[in-house]
Design a protein around this ligand. Sequence first.
Ligand code: ZN
Length: 69
Amino acid sequence: MKEPTRHERQLRCFRKRRYRSQGDALDAALVAGVERQRRAYLCPDCRMWHLTSVEAGPRGRGLSRMRAP
Ligand SMILES: [Zn+2]
């Protein structure tokens, strides 16, 4: 798999919602009811926080299919 270029990362970053803090990001995931499927990470490009999907564990398989965005 090809590493994303900086430009591709910035594009992805641009399309994502940004949060001022990890708490804000996690709060947003909590409100949406997807805190188990999201992880907050500090973006090296914009220095803000984003949420990213995490692979569901064996017990969480199929969870993401239950909730359409
Ligand atoms: Zn970013």
